[in-house]
Design a protein around this ligand. Structure first.
Ligand SMILES: Cc1cc2nc3c(=O)[nH]c(=O)nc-3n(C[C@H](O)[C@H](O)[C@H](O)COP(=O)(O)O)c2cc1C
Length: 208
C-alpha cells in the first residue's frame, strides 16, 4: 500500500523551503554542516553516473571574506562602466552584508571536462549533455537547499554574475569548472513573505 502520510510529510518539507535573505550565525559546528552537505551531495544522481558536479564549501572566515571583499570587488568592477547599474549594485550590497553574517556559502560548479568526455563517449547524446550538466547542478542546489531547510537553516540561491575570475584566483579552482550559483546559508533572521503558488490549468495537465 502506498504511504501517502509519508508523502504529506515530504510535501511539508518541500513547502518549508523558502528563499531566506536575512541571515545570522546558527549555533552549529562547521564539521557537522560539512558532513551533512557531503552526504546530501553524494546522494544526488548524475547522467551516466559521471559525477560532473563540483562543490566548494566556504565556512567561517572564508564566508565573511567572500561576501565582504571578493563579491563586492568583482561587482564593482562589473558595474564600473555602467553608472546606470548603480541601483542594482546598491541593492546587492545589502545582500552581501547579510550573507556575510551567515554560517557559510556553497558554490556550485559543473566540470566541463567531464561534459566533453561524455559527448565523445555517448555521441548519440552529445546535443543533450550540456542540458544534463545544468540539470545536475540544479538537483544539487535543490537537494542542499531542502536539506538546509530541514535542519532549520535559511538559504537562498544566488546567481551573482562575473565572479569566475575572482573565484578561480582566490580558491585555486580548476579552470574547467564552470560556476553556476552561490548558496549562502545561516540562521533565519527574518521570515519570508507569502508567495503566490497558484497554478494555471495548462501548467499541469493530465491525460487519461
Ligand atoms: C533556477 C533558479 C534561479 C534563481 N536565481 C536567484 C537569484 O539569482 N537570486 C535570488 O535572490 N533568487 C533566485 N532564485 C530564487 C527564486 O526567486 C525563488 O525561489 C522564487 O521566487 C520562489 O520563492 P521561494 O524560494 O521563497 O519559494 C532562483 C531560483 C531558481 C529556481
Amino acid at each position: 500500500m502506498m504511504d501517502f502520510k509519508a508523502g504529506e510529510d515530504f510535501i511539508s518539507t518541500l513547502r518549508a523551503r523558502r528563499s531566506i535573505y536575512h541571515l545570522g550565525k546558527a549555533d552549529v559546528k562547521d564539521e557537522e554542516i560539512e558532513s551533512y552537505l557531503r552526504e546530501i551531495f553524494s546522494s544526488v544522481p548524475s547522467s551516466f553516473n559521471a559525477r560532473a558536479q563540483r562543490i566548494l564549501l566556504l565556512l567561517g572566515n572564508q564566508n565573511l571574506l567572500f561576501w565582504r571583499d571578493l563579491v563586492p570587488a568583482a561587482l564593482k568592477e562589473r558595474y564600473e562602466d555602467h553608472p546606470e547599474a548603480e541601483d542594482a549594485w546598491t541593492k546587492r550590497r545589502g545582500l552581501c552584508d547579510s550573507f556575510s553574517k551567515g554560517n557559510g556559502t556553497i558554490l556550485f560548479f559543473s566540470d566541463s571536462k567531464v561534459g566533453s568526455g561524455l559527448k565523445e563517449t555517448f555521441t548519440e547524446y552529445e546535443p543533450a549533455i550540456d542540458r544534463f550538466l545544468a540539470q545536475e547542478v540544479g538537483m544539487d542546489e535543490y537537494a542542499m537547499w531542502l536539506g538546509l531547510s530541514k535542519i532549520g537553516m535559511g538559504a537562498s540561491l544566488q546567481h551573482f554574475l562575473g565572479l569566475e575570475t575572482a573565484v578561480r584566483a582566490a580558491y585555486n579552482v580548476n579552470p574547467d569548472w564552470v560556476l553556476d550559483a552561490q548558496m549562502p546559508f545561516g540562521s533565519i533572521e527574518k521570515a519570508p513573505a507569502v508567495k503566490d503558488r497558484a497554478q494555471a490549468p495548462e501548467h499541469f495537465r493530465v491525460v487519461k
